[in-house]
Design a protein around this ligand. Structure first.
Ligand code: AQP
Length: 332
């Protein structure tokens, strides 16, 4: 990490709910695959999590769980710094500074804000400000690439707009980052309602495939997944969203192209497809779960690792914040 000859990657996951296979296939799996090519900064975004009410003890526990999941998925500390967002105060400070140049109308347009606020009786200011905090996370580290799922496209666009606006007003300060999205797996859908994205905030049984679910639970959820009555194996998002979602999970895990998957399953029933998807999911997650449980036995290890991660990224964040403060006339 902090290898200046390589382009920098930044991304993160909220320590809320259960880390699911959408988070893995849409984001973390790709971080692991590409980690050797980049200088990587991976964050556990606990300040984002508190834009909605959280139980404090659970938030603390989940933050460490996500760090362990990162490692269990295969992130290598030689190539990546892993840290908790709130341990670097520059994230909050830059957010305030960028708030002051971000038009409110830009934030009111965000679809995630509209969706999440519609589900709450009353909302905190943090929920609408979420994308500015995300812009700060990314811009503090001179990030070149942000590998995320498709649900984050609009937030990445806003990050670019905020950076360009600041650069225009105060002179070249921020690297303009680029979002990167996997070809397959960028939007894994819920198994129960395949027209809605698989989501951490749903705790309904049979909705998500959680990374730490035992094999029996994974298999049960897949075998119960909603399909259709067409009895046809096809990638057809509009007419067969459930079957398409199962095929996409299979495709993302196996790396096969659509045509060879269709050939493999053509003429077979949905039961066979589900069994094969379950086998692929279980065999992918088994080693991840094994590594997770081995490391979870030693909580002091994870605390030290997070402390080291924060120390590694702190100088980058503080340096960029100082430049922003100078540009704004807050310090010389
Ligand atoms: N269903 C998904 N398919 C593909 N990628 C996904 N990501 C999230 N869901 C899917 C990607 O995972 C990374 C972490 O996202 P997050 O921490 O925001 O997790 P989340 O599951 O989206 O949960 P939230 O935001 O708490 O809320 P809900 O439950 O409302 O969705 C990101 O790269 C994201 O794109």
């Amino acid at each position: 990490m902090t290898d200046t000859t390589k382009k920098r990657v930044f991304s993160g996951v909220q320590p809320t709910g259960n880390f699911h296979i959408g988070n893995y296939l849409g984001a973390t799996k790709n971080w692991v695959a590409d980690q050797h090519n980049y200088d990587n900064v991976f964050c556990i975004v606990d300040l984002h999590a508190i834009t909605l009410p959280q139980d404090p003890a659970e938030l603390y526990r989940k933050s460490r769980e996500v760090a362990l999941i990162y490692l269990a998925c295969g992130l290598d500390l030689e190539h990546c710094a892993i840290f908790i967002q709130s341990h670097i105060p520059a994230h909050s400070e830059l957010t305030w500074l960028l708030n002051c140049i971000t038009p409110l109308g830009w934030l009111e347009r965000m679809t995630q804000y509209k969706d999440k606020s519609a589900k709450q009786d009353s909302i905190g200011t943090g929920l609408i400000d979420y994308p500015v905090l995300m812009a700060s996370d990314i811009l503090l580290y001179d990030t070149d690439y942000v590998p995320v799922g498709a649900d984050q496209k609009q937030h990445i666009e806003l990050t670019r707009d905020v950076a360009q606006r600041f650069n225009h007003l105060y002179g070249d300060t921020f690297v303009i980052p680029q979002g990167t999205f996997p070809e397959a797996g960028a939007r894994i859908m819920g198994l129960d309602v395949p027209t809605m994205k698989m989501s951490k905030s749903s705790d309904k049984g049979g909705h998500a495939l959680n990374l730490l679910d035992p094999p029996k639970v994974l298999k049960k959820s897949i075998m119960r997944a909603t399909t259709d009555s067409l009895n046809n194996i096809a990638f057809d998002l509009e007419n067969q969203p459930g079957v398409t979602n199962l095929l996409t999970i299979y495709q993302t895990i196996t790396g096969q192209d659509e045509e060879s998957i269709i050939n493999q399953f053509s003429g077979q029933g949905y039961g066979t497809l589900k069994k094969q998807v379950a086998e692929a999911v279980i065999s992918t997650l088994e080693p991840v779960q094994k590594r997770y449980h081995e490391m979870a036995d030693d909580p002091s290890y994870i605390d030290q690792l997070l402390k080291d991660g924060a120390e590694r990224v702190r100088p980058i964040a503080e340096n960029r914040l100082r430049v922003v403060q100078e540009r704004l006339g807050l310090r010389k």
